[in-house]
Design a protein around this ligand. Sequence first.
Ligand code: COA
Length: 146
Amino acid sequence: MTIRKANASDVSNLHALEREIFTPENFPLSRASLSYHVKNNLIYVAEIEGEIAGYILALVKRRHAKLYSLGVNSLYRGQNVASKLLETIIFELLHMGFKQIFLEVRTDNETAIALYKKFGFNVKKTLEAFYLDKRDAYLMEFKAKE
Ligand SMILES: CC(C)(COP(=O)(O)OP(=O)(O)OC[C@H]1O[C@@H](n2cnc3c(N)ncnc32)[C@H](O)[C@@H]1OP(=O)(O)O)[C@@H](O)C(=O)NCCC(=O)NCCS
């Protein structure tokens, strides 16, 4: 598995992956949004045998970094792809000088919550009816060690 920064030539494949992972009610990112984020934020992809198996996106044009999206193709789940992506982006964000990383996750997404906790994120609060379908989110925070 290779973890590398995404570039403009990855946008089509990222868009296909995004539509596969996130159903319309989960508001998959559009091609234009992905293209914007490749240029202006931080996206890492995990490549396995030439295929993009997963990606992670962090918003960095702000005081605190925010993990905005993480997804792994269902064929490659349970093989540490998300863990490697998360490890890489946390390392990079700390290297960039961010002291806190935030994210929002659906309170019923046990897999993702377990993964984030494994990497040191803690639930800071519950955001009620955060999503358009009125589901709650947890706001989770990772703090850099002093
Ligand atoms: C959440 C997701 C990114 C995990 O990807 P993955 O590559 O399968 O994750 P990993 O193999 O790195 O697993 C890491 C950890 O996730 C958790 N996990 C993985 N599969 C799990 C499962 N079936 N049940 C519960 N926890 C699970 C565990 O904590 C695991 O750590 P462990 O192996 O030490 O027990 C993937 O399931 C996915 O894309 N889901 C749909 C999109 C999504 O929910 N994204 C996150 C919110 S935006």
